[in-house]
Design a protein around this ligand. Structure first.
Ligand code: SF4
Length: 372
């Protein structure tokens, strides 16, 4: 069995580690590129949301590398994600490829089914070994998430341009080579030390932007045009509303992002009081939280035709008015070009910088008047 699965941010690091523990060969597809996207567009329905097209392309490129088993996450709820695996199976099957497809449904959809699926993925391991492997790989993936979060914080203030990327690469290598829990504990401490050692300038007057939206687009740098890095390179402190292990973890506390699901729901409630699939509700709740925490702006990213985040987009103007915070939405599909995205981002940064400066001046005036 030679397994492949689609790219989505750091997920290949988690799966690489997990299948090593299962003693099963894992062949990640090559990083997502324009070729991946073109393959997905050619064979997927035109009206499908972008993640389906990109992941079809990933699977084809994984098969081209020698994989014979495709692993895909399943899903429940009112959005198309739940039938991605079935659609992918039919599309790729119709192209004449020979493969086996294994869909990992969420644990909430049935524990027995979940365990059976993992027995198929790890035929040499006992249930106890599978449990231990999942637990250790998950902890490791959580550290990768923390490294990513620390990179968003460091990049905005790095003294030497590119130092954060070098640190991330170094930390990733160290974590990747850790296998036992003891090695993992040491690697975690070393990875954090490396990230904290990035030299930063003292900056008081900087912009803070919160990123919200559909999960896949937020996590996959190819699809979001590496927006977090682009903003960080311009001195903007970026906070993303979601991380891989928060999304797949069962705690509902979102330890990496730092705001639990209950708090997000509570923040969203005046605007949206029920689950609408995907990240519709978290997009609203997190936008409110960013506004309450004094962020200078919010950026929403989601694929064209994504129902949950389209609902959220129609609500965001009210949040923008109520909290007096600029919110910029990007609807992304295969027609979206990087140049257009950057032009809009530059205009957004000019806008929020100008607002910040005028507020600062207004504050100074008040202080002068009081002192008179
Ligand atoms: S959340 Fe949106 S983009 Fe993601 S699968 Fe559902 S409909 Fe498609």
């Amino acid at each position: 069995m030679k397994i492949t699965s689609p790219h989505m941010g750091n997920i290949y690091l988690l799966l690489g580690d997990l299948f090593k523990r299962f003693e099963v060969e894992y062949i990640p597809p090559p990083p997502t590129t324009n070729r991946t996207l073109q393959l997905g567009i050619r064979y997927s329905p035109e009206f499908a949301c972008l993640p389906l097209k990109v992941t079809v392309g990933n699977f084809i490129e994984g098969i081209e590398r020698g994989a014979d088993t495709l692993v895909m996450a399943g899903g429940v709820g009112p959005c198309r994600f739940g039938y991605y695996a079935e659609v992918q199976k039919r599309i790729i099957g119709s192209l004449g490829y020979n493969f086996n497809m294994i869909t990992v449904e969420p644990i909430g959809a049935g524990l027995v089914n979940f365990v059976k699926t993992f027995k198929k993925l790890a035929p040499k391991s006992s249930i106890k070994e599978i449990y231990k492997s999942i637990k250790t790989s998950f902890i490791k993936a959580q550290v990768f998430d923390f490294v990513e979060k620390k990179a968003f914080e460091a990049r905005a203030f790095e003294i030497k341009k590119g130092a954060t990327n070098v640190a991330v690469k170094h930390a990733t290598e160290i974590l990747n080579s850790a296998f036992t829990p003891t090695e993992l504990g040491e690697a975690k401490a070393e990875a954090f030390r490396i990230m904290n050692a990035v030299e930063k300038k003292e900056e008081e007057d900087y912009l803070k932007i919160g990123i919200v939206g559909e999960f896949f687009i937020l996590l996959e740098p190819f699809c979001n045009f590496d927006m977090c890095e682009w903003l960080g390179n311009r001195g903007v402190l970026v906070e993303r509303s979601v991380y891989l292990t928060d999304w797949i973890g069962s705690s509902k506390e979102n330890p990496v992002a730092g705001i639990g699901e209950e708090e997000i729901k509570k923040a969203a409630k005046p605007y949206l009081s029920h689950f609408v699939g995907g990240e519709g509700l978290p997009t609203i709740g997190n936008s409110v939280k960013f506004a309450q925490r004094g962020f200078d702006g919010v950026i929403q990213l989601f694929p064209f035709t994504c129902m949950p985040d389209t609902i959220a987009k129609s609500i965001l103007p009210k949040i923008s008015r109520d909290f007096d915070i600029p919110i910029l939405s990007f609807v992304i599909d295969e027609q979206t070009a990087k140049a257009g995205v950057i032009t809009r981002l530059e205009a957004f940064l000019d806008l929020i910088r100008a607002r910040k400066n005028s507020r600062f001046k207004a504050k100074e005036k008040v202080v002068e008047t009081v002192n008179c």
